[in-house]
Design a protein around this ligand. Structure first.
Ligand code: ATP
Ligand code: MG
Length: 553
């Protein structure tokens, strides 16, 4: 009962179809066009389609929509396959290509001609547009509409046999030039195009149009629910017309849902492509983008994306999700999973004057206080440490509980330290902070005779590792909105900050590219898989610790 309430509208349709016996088994597909990298919107479509196949014990197909005969781009094909697999979507029957069905589509076109449901038209593209009518006016029949079946068969064959130039002739479905739906006004289903196709080479000089090809591909593969986004709603009558006229048993059913958008984030292949081509970002996987490759490089996990997709429901009305919700999901996923360690991103030296010279003490620290399974480690402590510059103030405001002269603070996993003085350079910049520690207050010793309000993180000055850290903000200037009037993106000049002298605990030794950590108080970071080297890891901040997102009640 409860399960029923939380079902989305597509699941309700599927339930009915299975109950009525319309279909025996659910088969869904993801049909990307290999003309760019996949983005978070595609992830929604993949996880939705795969999720349905899983839920109903059905099959999920991956099929490249390569009917648009442009040059093959193996980079895009490879990246798409990698992304689909990384998301965990298991497709059956290997990688499929729409172009593998060109023969079937050609035969289907002949079948329509034979039924008197398609004709070859000699009107020019311009004339076809004029004859089409408008939203308020019906279209006009083409003077070639009533050609005989024999003539149509002959002409279509000659189209195929390379007797005509591009645009000279087209094959149109014979439906209804006065239909209120313009898509039904004798849409073009085949056109002449002298293009070499990456898969079929020069075999064809005629290519099927998407609205004709797609339902045939679905029907051949036995797809039951052909899920697409809302812009195809008006094309559904044509989809149905094609599968009905061709008499497929158990024809597939097109269902539309609203695209996923993120507020103030560039989604949309076209726009992302432009940022890549103009060199505004460092490739399709620049961690500031929301392509799947970029999200992976930034440190997002498939689990976090799944959670995000569940939170952004499947609906019929367009809406935009908050990026903060995506950050919420990755924090939620990494909080118990990621080891925590101390890293100082803006270092300033702290000297503990009463600590012995040349002594290093190894203190116990849990790897994740929320997850004891991750064990603990020993962290080196010594006289000279680094702390964050912002954890000291000469003149502290009220409620500032960190270091200022005279104040006692807890060094995480170590001792209480009282700040005694500081040094400055000629310009008055603080260069060193001095303090004294209380040996009684060692962490884990059971000391509890007094408490302090502030706890800060630190690293040893001589037993830490210098690393590069990248901090990100949105690529888009949120104050101004995403696009300028000329279509360019309003860029945030601070979207990337590179820190070259951050220090992390030296413990981090057996790391590998892609590993994620929580730097205490600073956020979640992962080791950039592209630019890191064996001895110099580069950390991408996935998300800070602060959240502006609250789970709805
Ligand atoms: P874009 O809108 O970025 O240009 P597209 O729709 O041209 O993408 P395709 O490769 O044609 O990209 O799409 C593959 C599938 O992904 C289609 O079924 C499409 O409906 C779906 N899809 C694309 N964008 C989104 C989105 N923002 N949310 C959900 N599904 C999407
Ligand atoms: Mg498209």
């Amino acid at each position: 009962m409860e399960e029923n309430i939380s079902k989305n509208f597509i699941e309700k349709i599927i339930d009915e179809d299975l109950e009525n016996g319309t279909y025996a088994k659910v088969v869904t597909r993801f049909p990307p066009e290999p003309n760019g990298y996949l983005h978070i919107g595609h992830a929604k479509s993949i996880l939705l389609n795969y999720g349905l196949a899983q839920k109903y014990n059905g099959d999920f197909h991956l099929r490249f929509d390569d009917t648009n005969a442009k040059k093959e781009n193996t980079e895009f094909v490879d990246s798409i396959v990698k992304d689909v697999e990384w998301l965990g979507a298991k497709y059956v029957g290997g990688i499929r290509y729409a172009s593998n069905y060109f023969d079937d589509m050609y035969k289907a076109a002949i079948e329509l001609i034979k039924k008197g449901k398609a004709y070859v038209d000699d009107l020019t593209a311009q004339q076809i547009r004029e004859y089409r009518g408008t939203l308020t006016e019906p279209g006009k029949n083409s003077p070639y509409r009533d050609r005989s079946i024999e003539d149509n068969l002959d002409l279509f064959e000659r189209m195929k046999n390379d007797e005509f130039k591009d645009g000279e002739k087209v094959l149109r479905a014979k439906i209804d030039m006065s239909s209120p739906n313009i898509n039904m006004r004798d849409p073009i289903i085949y056109r002449v195009a002298h293009v070499t196709h990456h898969n079929t080479g020069d075999k064809w000089c005629i290519y099927p149009m998407y609205d004709f090809a797609h339902p045939i591909e679905d029907a051949i593969e036995g797809i039951t629910h052909s899920i697409c986004t809302l812009e195809f709603e008006d094309h559904r009558p044509l989809y149905n017309w094609v599968v009905e006229e061709l008499g497929y048993p158990h024809p597939p059913k097109q269902i539309e849902f609203a695209k996923l958008y993120l507020t103030n984030v560039v989604t949309g292949k076209r726009y992302i492509k432009k940022l890549v081509e103009e060199g505004i970002v460092d490739g399709w996987d620049d961690p500031r983008l929301v392509t799947i490759a970029a999200l992976r490089r930034r440190g997002f996990t498939p689990e976090s994306l799944k959670m995000f997709m569940e939170m952004t429901s499947v609906t019929k009305s367009n809406s935009s999700a908050d990026y903060a919700m995506l950050e919420y999901c990755i924090r939620d996923d990494l909080k118990p999973k990621a080891p925590r360690l101390m890293a100082v991103l803006d270092p300033i030296k702290l000297i503990i004057d009463n600590y012995p010279e040349k002594m290093t003490e190894y203190l116990d620290a849990p790897n994740n206080v929320e997850n004891p399974e991750l064990g603990s480690r020993k962290i080196p402590f010594e006289k000279e440490l680094y702390i964050e510059r912002e954890d000291f103030m000469i003149e502290p405001p009220k409620k500032y509980y960190r270091f200022f002269v005279g104040n006692e603070v807890r060094l995480m996993n170590a001792y209480f330290v009282t700040c005694t003085s500081y040094e400055t350079d000629d310009n008055g910049n603080v260069t060193v902070i001095h303090g004294t520690y209380d040996p009684e207050t060692k962490s884990g010793s059971g000391f509890n005779s007094r408490k302090v309000k502030g706890t800060i993180h630190w690293v040893s000055a001589h037993h830490s590792k210098k690393v590069t850290v990248r901090l990100y903000e949105q690529l888009v200037d949120e104050e101004k909105g995403v696009y300028n009037e000329d279509g360019s993106v309003n860029l945030n000049p601070n979207s990337l900050t590179v820190i070259h002298n951050a220090y992390i605990e030296e413990n981090i030794k057996n790391y590998k590219a892609g590993d994620s950590f929580q730097f205490v108080r600073k956020g979640f970071f992962n080791i950039d898989p592209k630019d890191s080297t064996a001895d110099h890891p580069i950390f991408n901040r996935i998300a800070s610790m602060k959240s502006s997102f609250k789970l709805p009640k």
